[in-house]
Design a protein. Structure first.
Length: 262
């Protein structure tokens, strides 16, 4: 799984989304993330089809929504997802949230079957708390490959990151720019100024140094390029420590059904 991907949340415009996906792939991105709940799987698929990058070179991930996590519904939703995307299979299929119809035994019975049937190569979880990670791992026959959760310099999620890595699962950060809150932040802006780069690049470089894959959303070529340029940014130990020491806890995604709210 490439450590920098393209997120597609809120990219629902019929022209913008496919163009952005195709542009990202032509730029060098090879990891594209979407979800059933985003309502844009067909547009993401159009963008993939539009690009000249071979499907086998793209790491494609999607997520099954909470209401469809019962055994039968999860099977149906996954088949619908690959149909919408216009592909034979996805590289990674996530449980979007451990909520509503989610049941570790029944949900992962479906996800395990989807691996066996070739609908997805890998299974993942999203928005799980540490104790739920262990419960999911025990319920699934196939290894859980990735855990996607909100993570950025203003919500560092140390306990979740540690639990994820301890279970041999790849951590993936959504909202890695805190939905724009990193822009203008004093510490991050000072580091960005030192390197003559954006706060976005600093935030993405910090995540990479933590071993966390990031999937920032971008629709314009300029923002896609700026995020991509973060791969060339190296932060020194002092800069990494300054970000590590931020004591903020700004959660951008906080639904009532979030497991931390129960």
């Amino acid at each position: 799984m490439p450590m920098l991907g393209m997120g597609t949340w809120e990219l629902t415009d019929e022209q913008t989304c496919p163009e952005a996906v195709a542009t990202a792939l032509e730029m060098g991105y090879r990891h594209v993330d979407t979800a059933q709940a985003y309502g844009n799987e067909h547009l993401v698929g159009d963008g993939i089809a539009r690009s000249e990058v071979d499907r086998e070179d793209i790491f494609l991930a999607t997520k099954i929504w909470n209401s469809d996590l019962g055994y039968d519904d999860a099977i149906d939703a996954a088949y619908d997802a690959v149909d919408n995307l216009g592909v034979d299979s996805v590289d990674l299929l996530y449980v979007h949230w451990p909520a509503e119809a989610y049941d570790p035994v029944e949900t992962f019975r479906a996800f395990d079957e989807l691996v066996e049937e070739g609908v997805t190569e890998r299974i993942g979880i999203s928005n799980f708390e540490p104790e739920q990670i262990e419960e999911a791992q025990a319920a699934a026959d196939h290894e859980i490959f990735a855990h996607q959760f909100e993570c950025h310099p203003l919500l560092q999620q140390e306990a979740v990151r540690e639990a994820t890595v301890e279970h041999g699962i790849e951590p993936v950060a959504y909202s890695p720019l805190a939905r724009g809150e990193v822009f203008g932040h004093e510490v991050i802006s000072d580091i960005a100024g030192t390197h003559n780069v954006s706060e976005a690049q600093v935030s993405l470089a910090w995540l990479r140094e933590q071993g966390v894959t990031a999937i920032p959303k971008a629709s314009s070529e300029a923002h896609l390029h700026d995020n991509w340029a973060s791969l060339s940014l190296q932060l020194d130990d002092g800069e990494l420590a300054a970000i590590d020491e931020l004591a903020e806890s700004r959660r951008m995604v906080d639904p009532d059904f979030g497991p931390w709210n129960r």
